[in-house]
Ligand binder design. Structure first.
Ligand code: UD1
Length: 420
């Protein structure tokens, strides 16, 4: 059994660089299928979710290899559209192959996607949008079967700014006949990144009035070399670990412009921030205040992917806090684990209510999802005594080496591999 062992109660002091973004890399991997030839993704994060995506791409006929930290994808031999590989059921982003396979081959067949259990997570918005572009869906042997003779540009109004649906529709629209307009799409930086990547391949995507994505279909796209942006959620996790331990840290390679909603809350807590180019120096020695009301929202609101870590950081605040989760209806699994560490947390409908705890006590806890696991690490760093976090496989989906990063930040943390 593998677990993370943390000796907590020590303020973080140190520096670390930020890995590349998971949520930018995954749709870009799906997008690489749209061009024939070899795409190179520089600084691609080495995380399980990327390995699941590449396993699916190999099944489809792509050749994949690493050249140090760069991932190379040769799609010249791509011929299959039927995804059977178990990786597809392990992650939600496998559904992004719908848009790119329809664009490249006009057909896609895949299992209903899996992923962290943090809510219902249907893909109805993806499918509705694709249907308006002419795609026909049938269900066969519990798989989604999609086909289209020619993708047609059209006007789409999304009922919710779903990140994945916006990305899937972009992937389908870039090679469609005519122009597609997507209103009400997600504005997350990762959607921007996907658009930038596709435009570099030769696509014609732009925002009109900041509200509508306009995509002029092109005949073909070319492979490119592209550098994946740093991960705003990983940076946010480490900043919140500094809050929990009242530490002082420096992070390099931070996409600070994408962390505006977190910055507001860090300041309210009493943190002091200095930004020098891509470095952030964060002094959390007086970041002690609770937050009366935080709501997770689509970008530029506070990210749901930092909700659990924020809750962990607020357990030791000097006043009560409340976080409302509006994006995923049941993203609270880590809260029960935090209460085992003596955190004073209650869930009321979609609200996390946190009363100040005198201290957190290290104990054995289990990660049930990726960001929930990160929250347990944050809490473990602040807790008295030793915390053992099992369920490391969830953390590995999104953090390329959280143990090494936290060690550089001065945390007493190690990965333990216990033989049965
Ligand atoms: C992406 C991110 C994830 C983040 C989330 C919200 C990636 C790989 N993952 O996930 O880390 O937490 O955005 O910022 O980028 N929904 C529907 N029907 C749909 C699609 C979504 O009801 O067809 C609902 C979902 O169940 C959820 C909400 O909309 O409640 C947000 O989902 P969405 O924005 O699609 O998130 P993902 O793209 O899955």
């Amino acid at each position: 059994m593998e677990y993370i062992r943390i000796k907590g109660g020590i303020p973080l002091r140190g520096e670390a660089g930020i890995q590349s973004s998971k949520n930018a890399a995954l749709p870009i991997l799906a997008a690489a299928l749209l061009a024939k030839g070899t795409t190179v993704l520089e600084k691609c994060p080495r995380i399980t979710d990327v390995y699941h995506m590449t396993a699916i791409m190999e099944e489809l006929g792509c050749r994949i290899w690493w050249e140090e930290e760069n991932l190379c994808i040769d799609t010249s031999q791509l011929s299959r559209f039927d995804i059977c590989c178990p990786s597809a059921r392990c992650m939600r982003s496998s559904c992004l192959f719908l848009g790119s396979l329809l664009g490249r081959l006009g057909q896609a067949r895949l299992p209903y996607p899996g992923g962290c259990v943090i809510g219902k997570r249907p893909i109805d918005i993806h499918m509705e949008g694709l249907k308006s572009m002419g795609v026909v869906f049938t269900e066969q042997e519990e798989k989604i079967n999609a086909s289209v003779s020619r993708l047609e540009g059209c006007r789409i109004q999304l009922s919710y700014p779903s990140v994945g649906a916006t990305e899937n529709l972009l992937l389908a629209a870039v090679l469609a006949e005519g122009t597609t307009q997507i209103k009400g799409g997600a504005k997350e930086p990762e959607v921007e990144e996907l658009s930038r990547f596709l435009n570099q391949m030769g696509a014609r995507i732009r925002w009109k009035d900041g509200e509508t994505l306009v995509i002029k279909g092109v005949k073909s796209l070319s492979p490119v070399t592209y550098q994946i942006v740093p991960d705003r959620i990983v940076a946010g996790t480490y900043l919140l670990a500094a809050v929990a331990t009242r530490g002082k840290i420096t992070l390099h390679n931070v996409p600070w412009g994408h962390l505006g909603a977190l910055e507001v809350q860090l300041m309210k807590m009493g943190g002091r921030i200095r930004v020098l180019d891509h470095d952030v120096i964060f002094d959390a020695s007086e970041a002690v205040h609770g937050l009366k009301e935080v709501r997770t929202l689509p970008y530029p609101g506070f990210p749901t992917d930092l909700q659990s870590q924020l809750a962990a950081a607020l357990t030791l605040a000097d006043s009560p806090s409340q976080i409302e989760e509006t994006v995923f209806e049941s993203r609270f699994a880590a809260m029960e684990e935090l209460t085992k560490m003596q955190a004073r947390i209650k869930i009321k409908e979609r609200k996390i209510q946190i009363q100040p705890a005198a201290f957190l006590k290290g104990t054995d806890v289990h990660a049930g999802d990726l960001r929930g696991g990160a929250a347990l690490v944050v809490a473990g760093l602040a807790a008295q005594g030793v915390t053992k976090v099992t369920g490391c496989e969830f953390l590995e989906r999104g953090y390329s080496d959280i143990v090494k990063d936290i060690q550089s930040l001065g945390g007493r943390i190690e990965k333990v591999n216990q033989q049965p």
